[in-house]
Design a protein around this ligand. Structure first.
Ligand code: B12
Ligand code: SF4
Length: 595
């Protein structure tokens, strides 16, 4: 049986690769996936001159680097990779890559070529946008989407044929780059992914397999797509480039292609059976006409009802608040909102974004009413932004809803062939230092949290404003003095994963009596879900709260008196800690413990 191995970088799953794997597995091929290096972010001392990835100023004011910039591959890891490839001995090695991996592929692909006997094909966003980078590193480059051609490609190689006559293939002949015709992508094939059991993850100088992957990965969340394609084409993003590659060949792909709803629900039912507790819709925007969305979210609630993350289209939700309501009822709990700049001028002229900040702000306010967790995205390090644009951005940030939200400030990154490269050529003479941009970023963070009068004092203090060190110190001490704790991450927030799961369990199991381990605000925020159940004990292990906030609280020792196997629901920010207390101090407790 022909063996096909996919290789990806700095990611722990890839829907694109899983879809191709699924098509090949169904056709009877022996498929494996190797994830070389896992995603990583870490605080860095200072901005890099030429980072491989975007850099971020996070909600704590620290500079964050990503992936290769903070966790470079090692020789040991390359050896582990080569050994694993040789052990799997694939006939074909399919490399899926992004532009952020240019340095990595230039280093490791020649090693693989030298030490592994296999045919190498590279595809994905990186090779599609810049095939010339890959042509000397692999045997063939594949351009564009591959659902409807992957079998043909593999069949041709199986028969020992060259791929030079195949659609979507790019190769070099006598030093010349030849690009074959592109095939029109087939909408009906979008979809069902299969995660092969032969999955390997290489990081920390170790190799992990599918069974022990939970040692290094979060495995509760399932990622999928409702459809494909972005309805926008921001100048700094490569998404718009995908369609233009096809357009150059007179192939018009629709901006948005959606899967059949039945297909998505079937896929998610399987994910639910496999015990995933959270769904990530990875679509640029989860969008369709309102009727379709209403139908989908209603069915999702009925059949799946797991909390989910998605980008919805702000204007559509504002015009159809009922659809948003249905989405929230179905489990919409978490999202990101892209402002990018507070200045509409910058968004339109530099970032090619048509959405007005007024609309985005209204959307944020609406989501806030529903207690949705929100990350607000802004792009910093933009030479085209004037002092006025910055002042407008500060004002906008001040008026953002603050509940369950935080700012993420991303350093402008120039992806190859993205329009921003040309747009910003006119601003090349503007040379601000990284320290200048960092100071602006810290002012944005201060604007988000500080009351107006305190912020104004800082803005008037020229010495303070001109020094990122002073500003950082000010911000850090504000966070410390006011004990600011950003409630982020769906696990630690009531109303996110826990609320939805518990609601489902209570609906399904119809428990007549339960015990609730109810710590502070965490419990207060989700207490409603127990309204149809008899809570026989409300336990709280925080001694200070007992007798002060709620006299009904019992100490955990009450568990020694409960003889029946009554289920315990843990409602606490420190669920693992509570679980440990129960298993250590009350090992004989017979009831089920829900975490
Ligand atoms: C969802 C998404 C993510 C998700 C999940 C991605 C996933 N792989 O499942 C998350 C959040 C994890 C993510 C992470 C990152 N992302 Co992202 N992401 C996207 C988004 C919105 C959609 C990408 C996608 O999955 N499309 C659908 C799948 C099916 O397509 P695909 O993977 O490309 O695969 C198809 C083809 O390319 C081809 N194919 C792919 N590989 C191969 C290999 C072979 C051999 C063959 C024959 C064919 C083939 O066949 C597949 C099926 O048709 C795009 C924006 C956009 N609209 O493109 C950005 C985008 C791809 N991401 C981008 C970036 C930069 C990143 C990060 C580096 C960010 C970071 N700093 O961490 C990481 C890198 C992750 C990685 N190593 O892949 C950039 C890439 C730019 C570029 N020029 O390369 C994009 C384009 C956004 C942007 N800013 O421009 N991303
Ligand atoms: S909306 Fe997002 S995915 Fe779409 S083009 Fe803009 S940045 Fe890219």
């Amino acid at each position: 049986m022909t063996k096909v191995c996919f290789l990806t970088f700095y990611i722990d799953y890839s829907v694109g690769v899983y879809i191709l794997s699924s098509i090949l597995q169904k056709a009877g091929y022996d498929v494996s996936n190797i994830f070389f290096k896992l995603p990583k972010s870490a605080t860095i001392e200072w901005f890099k001159d030429n980072p491989n990835n975007m850099e971020e100023i996070n909600r704590y004011g620290d500079i964050i680097g990503y992936n290769v910039d903070v966790n470079k591959w090692t020789e040991t890891e390359v050896s582990l990779l080569i050994n694993q490839i040789n052990e799997l001995s694939p006939d074909i090695l399919c490399i899926s890559s992004r532009s952020t991996h240019n340095e990595l592929v230039a280093d490791i692909l020649p090693e693989i070529k030298k030490r592994c006997k296999t045919t190498m094909i590279a595809g994905g966003m990186g090779p599609t946008l810049e095939p010339e980078r890959y042509l000397d590193l692999v045997d063939y480059v594949y351009l564009g989407e591959a659902e409807n051609s992957i079998i043909e490609i593999i069949l041709a190689l199986e028969k020992g044929k060259s791929l030079i006559n195949e659609n979507n293939i790019c190769y070099k002949k006598n030093g010349q780059i030849i690009k074959n015709k592109l095939r029109i992508p087939d909408i009906n094939l979008l979809g069902f992914q299969e995660i092969p059991e032969k999955c390997f993850y290489i990081d920390n100088n170790k190799i992990y397999n599918f069974e022990n992957r939970s040692e290094i990965l979060k495995t509760h969340s399932y990622s999928t797509f409702f459809g494909r394609g972005c309805i926008s084409s921001c100048s700094y993003c490569s998404a718009g480039q995908w369609r233009s590659i096809y357009k150059k060949e007179n192939i018009n792909i629709k901006k948005r292609r959606n899967r059949s709803i039945e297909d998505i629900i079937e896929e998610l039912k399987r994910a639910k059976q496999e015990n995933y507790s959270f769904i990530h819709f990875r679509d640029e925007f989860l969008c369709a006409d309102t009727k379709t969305l209403n139908h989908f979210f209603t069915l999702y609630k009925k059949e799946i009802c797991l909390p989910f993350w998605a980008y919805l289209v702000p204007a559509q939700m504002l015009e159809n608040p009922e659809t948003l309501k249905i989405a929230v009822n179905a489990g919409f709990v978490d999202t990101e909102i892209g402002f990018q700049s507070g200045s509409d001028r910058i968004n339109r002229a530099i970032f090619s974004r048509r959405i007005s900040n007024k609309t985005t702000m209204e959307y944020a306010k609406l989501l806030s009413k529903y207690n949705i967790n929100m990350k607000y995205d802004f792009i910093v390090f933009n030479p085209a932004e004037t002092k006025d644009d910055i002042s407008i951005t500060i004002k906008l940030i001040q008026s953002l809803p603050k509940k369950r939200s935080y700012l993420s400030l991303c350093r402008l990154f120039y992806f190859p062939v993205s329009p921003i490269v040309n747009i910003l050529k006119d601003y090349e003479h503007i040379q601000h230092s990284a320290s200048y941009y960092y100071s602006i970023s810290l002012i944005y963070l201060l604007s988000f949290l500080l009351p107006e009068n305190e912020l104004n004092k800082i803005l008037k203090d020229e010495k303070m404003v001109s020094s990122h060190s002073f500003l950082k110190e000010k911000y850090k001490s504000f966070l410390k003095d006011n004990k600011v704790d950003f409630m982020i991450g769906t696990h630690n927030i009531p109303d996110s994963i826990t609320t939805h799961r518990y609601k489902r369990i209570l609906d399904n199991k119809k428990y007549k009596e339960v015990i609730v381990w109810a710590n502070g605000n965490y419990f207060n925020e989700l207490s409603d879900i127990f309204s149809n159940t008899n809570i026989i004990h409300l336990i709280n292990d925080d001694r200070e709260e007992i007798g002060t906030m709620n006299t009904n609280f019992s100490s955990p020792d009450i568990l020694n008196n409960v003889q029946k196997p009554i289920p315990i629901f843990i409602c606490s920010k420190d669920k693992q800690k509570v679980l440990n207390i129960i298993s250590k101090d009350y090992p004989d407790y017979k009831g089920r413990v829900y975490v």
